[in-house]
Design a protein around this ligand. Structure first.
Ligand code: PMV
Length: 316
């Protein structure tokens, strides 16, 4: 029995603008994970995937071309890339990452499963190959993803990402975030499509907003690598205002961002595709005990879930 896993992720700066060539910053959340475990098959031959969360068992064959399920598609992509036939195995999948909320649950499940399928045929997928496979899956489900989600999840390191180029971001000083869920599921693909149409219709108004997001993401990179955590707060709040201008905020996100600020957060913003999903709030390193007060304020303001997490350098 072999188990592999992949973490959740949070986008700190630059979502949406990253789709249009600007930089973005994302970090893994290693405490929330998708896990894939390879068990010996029952001798009947063939590969089966059992998703515990979806309460589903899927047989995998190489003939189907249909994008019938992200799970079967992931397994097929790995087997085809390795030129392997389905092994006699059962792979079980479990995840502690909330689904459809911008924490990367889909990409993490794909990453864990792809690693497990490769291991089941005796191959340890290197990160670059794994990243390419998970990006393929993301594309089949999200249209035109930037690639930041699969990258941060596969490398499990903080990343500064510009389409096609990844830089591992050294965290000079750990910092604390509260992550809260609006409880409203939202399709990233739809929000990304709407922003694209906005850029096409009103380039003179929208391009400068994307540039401004890129500019503050670069300033956030300097603050993170320089250990200037306090400077990140206003940058986050400004990023949120610019995302609102891109039409990807929502009433519930506005309510949660305001509640976090009132409760003493240094800054707050939506995280990921927006129009629902999650938001993040930055806690001052001088008053770490404030994290619990902010978490409670977010729950009182209607968050369906809120947790405290620390962004730290990941040792590998
Ligand atoms: O997958 P989400 O909802 O965390 O959002 C991904 C970030 C976007 O910039 C909105 C899309 C992308 O592909 O980068």
């Amino acid at each position: 029995m072999t188990a592999t896993s992949a973490p959740a992720k949070i986008i700190l700066f630059g979502e949406h603008a990253v789709v249009h060539g600007q930089p973005a910053i994302a970090v893994p959340v290693s405490t929330l994970r998708a896990t894939a475990t390879v068990h010996d098959g029952d001798g009947s031959g063939g590969l089966r995937i059992r998703s515990i969360d979806l309460d589903q068992v899927l047989p995998v064959d190489l003939e189907t071309e249909l994008v019938d399920s992200a799970l079967a598609l992931t397994a097929r992509l790995v087997l085809r890339r390795l030129d392997a036939i389905p092994p006699d195995a059962l792979i079980t999948l479990e995840s502690t990452i909330p689904m459809a909320s911008g924490l990367g649950s889909g990409a993490a499940v794909s990453a864990a499963l792809a690693r497990a399928v490769a291991l089941a045929v005796g191959y340890d997928l290197p990160p670059d190959e794994l990243n390419a496979i998970v990006f393929e899956i993301e594309k089949s489900y999200h249209g035109t993803p930037s690639g930041i989600d699969n990258t941060v999840i596969v490398y499990e390191q903080p990343v500064y990402f510009v389409r096609g180029a990844v830089e591992i971001l050294p965290i000079a000083r750990p910092f604390t975030l509260v992550v809260a869920d609006t409880g409203e599921a939202s399709l990233t693909r739809v929000a990304v499509g709407d922003v694209r149409r906005l850029v096409e219709r009103e380039p003179a108004r929208i391009r400068p907003i994307l540039d401004a997001i890129g500019d503050l993401t670069q300033r956030a990179r300097s603050a993170i690598t320089g250990g200037n955590v306090t400077a990140l707060g206003p940058l986050m709040t400004r990023n949120h205002e610019l995302l609102r201008e891109l039409t990807v905020s929502s009433d519930s996100l506005e309510r949660l961002v305001a509640a976090a600020q009132t409760a003493g957060a240094l800054g707050a913003k939506l995280s990921g595709g927006g129009r629902g999903g999650n938001m993040i709030a930055l806690i001052s390193p001088d008053t770490p005990q404030q994290a619990e007060a902010v978490r409670r304020a977010l729950l009182a303001a209607g968050a369906t879930r809120a947790f405290i997490t620390s962004v730290e350098p990941v040792a590998h």
